[in-house]
Design a protein. Structure first.
Length: 247
């Protein structure tokens, strides 16, 4: 059940990001970065993420941690799956990630969120080789109570307080239809957030599906340059609740 829930969330993230090969003979290797910044919109050639998921479903709570890596032949501010490329290999703390053609990237389930975080990439297809120790903290917020039923014709409200250590945050309503039009998103900011979702916001969402979700997604990202190319290292904290949308 846990892997099904997490796989479902990962699939939705791919749908959300969709909304919004020349091989190197000697890829450069470096463990020193030439530049860092915290602008989440910086165009990058790769996204390396450690995610901490908590999902409430069927009266129970599931927690999982996942590492993911995606690489692109073009610099983009989002994961441009049409430009995805493979590297020689990628590992986190000496544990290799596995390439998954469904998600156009690499992933591995983690037993726990690592205390220290050392990424290593053996470059190929225009991606340089590099190592990097990500020491940024994970984003957080106070415990959030998400409803298990929302009424499309009435809307609803949620308070998300004490949001900390984010470069971006999003609150997502997803109807479970698998359609790119089946969601509504709004941004979160540091501090306290009072969110009111109106019936108009829910206008395109399908009702009475059993796998609709509410998701609080927080990111703390750092962009680092290797051999003149930028890569984004992301710490993600996500809380979701499977619920139902009624008319």
């Amino acid at each position: 059940m846990k892997k099904y829930i997490i796989g479902f969330i990962c699939l939705f993230i791919i749908l959300l990001f969709t909304l919004c090969h020349k091989k190197d003979d000697k890829p450069a290797t470096t463990s020193a970065n030439s530049n860092t910044n915290n602008n989440p919109n910086t165009p990058c050639y790769g996204f390396l993420t450690v995610s901490n998921y908590t999902t409430e479903a069927f009266g129970q709570s599931y927690s999982s941690a996942v590492s993911r890596a995606f690489f692109s032949s073009q610099a983009s501010s989002y994961m441009n799956y049409s430009a995805s490329v493979k590297v020689g290999d990628v590992s986190l703390n000496n544990n290799s990630l596995t390439y998954d053609s469904l998600y156009y990237g690499y992933s591995s389930y983690l037993d726990t969120i690592p205390v220290s975080e050392a990424w290593s990439v053996n470059g190929a297809n225009g991606i340089p080789s590099f190592t990097y120790a990500n020491s940024e903290v994970f984003p957080s917020c106070d415990a959030v109570t998400l409803p298990d039923t929302i009424k499309k014709s009435a809307g609803f409200s949620v308070n998300i307080s004490n949001v900390e250590n984010i470069t971006s945050g999003t609150f997502i309503v997803y109807d479970g239809s698998g359609s790119l039009t089946g969601s509504f998103t709004t941004s979160l900011h540091s501090g306290n957030n009072s969110i009111s979702i109106t019936p108009a916001n829910l206008g395109n969402l399908t009702t009475n599906l059993s796998n609709a979700m509410l998701i609080v997604e927080l990111e703390n990202a750092t962009v680092v340059s290797f051999s003149g190319k930028s890569f984004k290292f992301i710490h993600e904290a996500q809380k979701g609740r499977i619920m139902i949308i009624v008319p």
